[in-house]
Each structure stands twice: as structure tokens, then as C-alpha cells.
Write a protein of this length. Sequence first.
Length: 650
Amino acid sequence: MAFQSSHAHRALTGVVLAFTLLHIIPTMAQTTPTLGEVVVQDVASTQDPRKFAARTSVITAEDIRQMGANSVNDAILRSVGAFSKLNTAGGQDRLIDLRGFGETSGSNLVVLVDGVRQNESDMDGNNLSWIPIEAVQSIEVTRGGSSVMYGEGATGGVINIITHQKGIGPGGQLGFRVGNFGQRETQATVGQQVGDWALMASGFKRMSDNHRDNFRTDEQSVLLQGSWRKDQNKLTLRHASQVLNSGLPGGMTEADFLSRSRVSYKPSDNGKTLAESWLASLAGTTHSWNWVADWTHRRKTVESNYVADSYATKTTTPSDRWGLRAWQKGQLGAFSTQVVLGLDAESWKQTRLDESRIEQNMQAAYGKFELGHAPSGLTGFVGARRTLADKKASAGLDGGVLDRNTSADGGLSWVMSERSQAYVYRGNSFRLANADEYVCYPVYGTCAANPVNTLAPQRSQDTELGYQFTTAQMRQAVRVYQHKLTHEIGLDQNNSSNINYDPTVHKGVEWDQSLRLNSNWSLKTQVASRDNRFVAGTFAGQTMPAPQESIQAQLTHAWNNNARLTWTTTWFSEQRIPGDFAGTCASKIPSFNTHDLFYFRQVAQWQWTAGVRNLTNENHYTVRTRCSPTSRSIYPEAGRSFFVGGKYLF
């Protein structure tokens, strides 16, 4: 049953707040640990996250094991309460939106694996299913601007997936999962230590008929990795490949959706994605400096065959990225110091079926200085990044953008006691239009004679305040943030081309809570209230298309570390349909409330999982591209689904 009004939402929020206060008061007098509950292991900078703990959520390997997550994407969404959307191209990974950027959420979020940037040059988001969940040591989710350290596109936040630095061998695991909608999954991971080398091989295959006609998917991935470690030096070599074949069912009308139809008006449309990546990373220590140098090469090919509309597309995008980062910790009297210096370079070229090409070359240099004073609990930092970017299109397209951008940020953290900490952050971030946004698609009939969007870079002024309070039984974190954007990049009113918006503001409050009720029961909640709107121009004062409010609550009963049952309820408010900037559309994407139930149990070398998603069979959708109820623009979410799975450890 969906919450249909903000009154229901406020009532639920009130219940959660009251319940929390009842448990805060008795714990105030208890002895507490230090703020070491959140431990981020950034192999690239080693910054202690406890100094800014309220900004970052950490999902540990033990968390992943006990929740029975089968992918990185699954672990993130079940842990941080972020809004996500159906991937209409198929595949199990959903599109994550940390701070209400809607259609461009994937372009406002930087994804790292062991500190190495993984973002693609298109709008498809970041598929993470090639990373075996068994190889993950932790997942760090940092909200808010981080462009100085991680470059363009980090306005919404950063996700860093840290793999086990010493490998997973000797041994491995074999697993399976089956469920309704024809879901079948198999996966295997094996690791072995050979001298100073830690070797790993992993494979994954998933097939599903999904919940729509012509939405059958076949997804598979392979990962090969070798890591050599000697004293303070480490070399990592990695190759990953992923193939996704999927039907493309297209959208449906409101009447189709309300009748819970599986209908597809495009029964033969199909797509294929092939992605490969290579990584070489070398880390070491020279004198008092730690450093890491990395190179990645990625090649992604996307083919779409739109039989119903008699056209096809194909894009091939090879990309190369290089990075060098060095950091040094020191002492200056009573003050601790850390200096971080780095260089980044990126080059990619996308070739399209019509032989047009889009190229981008980017170089950046950055630095950061941190100063801490342990007696007072104060830590401050300042940083800056200079980026040079050159983007151009040629052949059937002509146009170019040359940008010079300086990002700067600073922050101050105050550890007031073993229980409490506050911080303030101020900076600016930016992003460039990706290859998909750079082009207007003539098939919609609204492009100019020269279909190139030479969009200005998006820039944001980011401000954030946060507070964390911790006891032995609970953790509370509150963040108040504001992103003031100029030239925000997004879809126009016709959803056919990307434009630069008039000035916008994304602001809000986020509240996280983890509460241990007793030795067996625990409660975890994430509440967010956002206000994303135009602040100048034609649509000044109008709300932007994205959920404004959300709640996720998880109630867990743990018999012990090897057996637990978790109930999760998630609610998102209604939102405007993309393109409805003036608020004239009578329809909206409705609010929805879903319930999930997950069970995990480990017996000897076997791990068993079972679950039901959308327990109440809520009829809802997260993707709609047109206002008209007769337009085939709604992509419904799945109804009730269930699965059982097993994993054998050896």
C-alpha cells in the first residue's frame, strides 16, 4: 500500500523520531567507544574518515555477508537508503541517485574501485556487477561535493569499492540463486597464494525473463586479477569483461500500467552491451612519501536494434585513464599534517554508427593540505584542483568545448568528545557533458541542422554541515547541505536533447540512525527531505523532477552472527515527470512504499539466503518520460518477487 500524502509521511517520520528518542535518553549515561565505528580504507589517500564520519557510510565485508547481498549494487541500495531507478537497458544494476539529480544522477556521482575512477562517458550509469561481492572488503559512500580529490562529476557524491588488499585465497566459493520471473544465477570465485602473488578468478552468469514481455536478459562477467606484494610495494594487474544481452520492451501507457500489464509494443527490439577493462596499479613508499600510480583502459560497445522504429544505433568507446597520487604524513609541533599531491589524465573517443566521433582529453593537477590538533579535536583541510579539458565532435557532427576549471574546497572537523563530532564543508565542483549529452538525436525531429550540444560545463557551490553522536547502542548522523548550480546539465522539456538549465539549487537534510534495541534486535533508518528547484529564469521557483522526501527503515532480528531476518520498508514521495518544469502536467510519478524481507543463515561451509522483494506487490514505477497518459512512456517496476540461494565456501 502506498503512502498517498505528505501527512502519512510525516506521521511515519514522527513515529520513527519518537521511537529514537525513547532509546537515546537511557543510553546517554552509558560509557561509549571512540568514534572509530566508521573506518574507511582509502588506498589512495589514507585520510582518516573518523574526522568527517557523518559524511560517509561504510558497508563492511561482514555487513555484506550477513545481508546475503549478491552484488555491489544490491549491498549499496540495502544499506544507504538512496533512490534508485529501473535500468531500462536490462541487467541487475539499478541507477543510484544520492542527492536528487534525477535523469543525470549517474553523471553526478563518481564511482571508484580501490581509488581508481570507473565512470563511463555515457548516461548508462556504472555497472558494478563485474566486481565479485566476495572480493569486497568495504564500500564507502560519501555524500556531497568531492571534485578536488576525484574530479568532474562528484557533486552528488563518491562511491569507493575497496577490495581485499591481500586477496581472498587460498579457497573460494560456488553459489547459485533462483527465483520467479525465470531468475537463474550462478557464480564462482577462487583465490590462491603463489609466493608473493595473490591470484583471483571469478565468473558470474545471470538469466531472467523479468517482469515484462521482451525483457529477457542474459548477463555474464569474468574477472582475472593478480596482486604482488613485497614489503611496502604492491603491483596489481586486473582484467574484467562483461556481456549483457537484453530485450528492450519500451514503455507503456497509464492504462496499461494500471491493469498491471506485461505488454510490450516493441516485441523484437533488443540490445547488447560489451564492456572490457584492464588495470595496472603500482603502489609503494619512497622515503616518507606513499604513492600509487595506475593506468586503466576500458572499451565499451553498445548496440541497440529498434525494430519497431526501423533504426539501429551502435557506439564504441575506448578510454584511457592515468593517475599518480602521493601523500605524506608528518608532525609540526603539536599539530599533525598530511599533504596529498596528484595528477590525473583521461582520454576517450566515441564512434557512432554514422561514423561521427566525439572525443575528450582532460588533464588535472591537484593538492590537499590537512592540519590536525589532537588536544582540541580540531582538524582542517584545504585543497584545489586545476582541470584542462578539450572536447570536440567531427564527421557528421561538428563542434567543440575548451574548458579551464579550478575547483577548491575546505573543511573543519571538531571531535568534541568520544561520543560527538561536528563538521563543516565548503567547496565547488563541476562536471562536463558526457558523450550522450553532447549530441541531439535527430530521430526525435527536434534537432537543429547541426545536432551538437556544445554545452557549458556545469558548476556547483557546495556547502554542508554535519553532526554525529555515538554510544555503545546507537549512532546518529545529520547532514544539512546545499548545492547552488549554474548551467546544470539535464534533459529539455521534450526529453530529446540536453541543455544547460537556468540557475538551480539542490538542498536538504539527511538523517541516519543505527540503533541496537537489545542483544537480538536492531533498527536502522535513513530519512531525507530535499528541495530541488529552479531559482532564476523562466521556471524560477518550480520544483525539479526528483523525489523530495524519502524514508528507509530496517528492522533486524539476529539469533547470532550466522542467522538473521531483516524487514526493510522504503518510501519515496511523488515527483514530477521529467520535462515538466512548469508544473503544468496533471500527472506525476506517484509515491510508493515497498516492503522487503530477507533471511540469511550460515551452516558450516554453506551460506543460505532467501528473500521476498515488494512483499505487498506494490504497483509502481520510477521511470516515465512523457506527461500524456496515452504516451507509451511508463516503465513499471517488478511486482512481488522471491528468491532462494546458496553459497558453498571452500
